[in-house]
Design a protein around this ligand. Structure first.
Ligand SMILES: [Zn+2]
Length: 133
């Protein structure tokens, strides 16, 4: 199971941390990808208290991908940054086709989640390719 290195809290250090899957009664925005969680869709609702009480809403796709990648812990809102770092660390300069062939790091994810990770990889890869350092 791949692990994203993060320097963040998760439930460690939280005075309380409560996570559950809910069905949206109204529209929310995913704290990871920024897309809308429509009423009726399932999403992850987290309430925790660090310095103050905070609430994080995560769409089911991001929640699945986070569960897959975060072995040690994570910081809400940094999922995709972490995935990109993982991908660049392991697959730098590989094409999308080559990355897709290294399937083991995506094992266990749903097809939809795999597609999303690869779509974002392609997006980043192409963007960086066009705009080199
Ligand atoms: Zn999301």
């Amino acid at each position: 199971m791949p692990t994203i290195e993060v320097d963040a809290d998760y439930d460690a250090g939280a005075k309380f941390y409560d996570s559950e899957m809910r069905r949206a009664a109204k529209e929310h925005v995913c704290c990871e990808c920024g897309t809308k969680i429509q009423a009726g869709e399932r999403y992850e609702h987290v309430a925790g208290k660090w310095d103050k009480v905070e609430v994080f809403k995560t769409c089911s796709l991001c929640a699945e991908i986070r569960n897959h990648f975060s072995g040690g812990g994570f910081c809400h809102g940094s999922l995709w940054e972490g995935v990109h770092e993982y991908v660049y660390g392991n697959f730098y300069s590989k094409t999308i086709e080559e990355v897709a062939e290294v399937s083991s790091w995506l094992d266990g994810l749903s097809d939809e989640a795999k597609k999303e990770v690869l779509r974002r990889y392609e997006e980043e890869y192409v963007r960086h390719d066009m705009d080199p350092f």
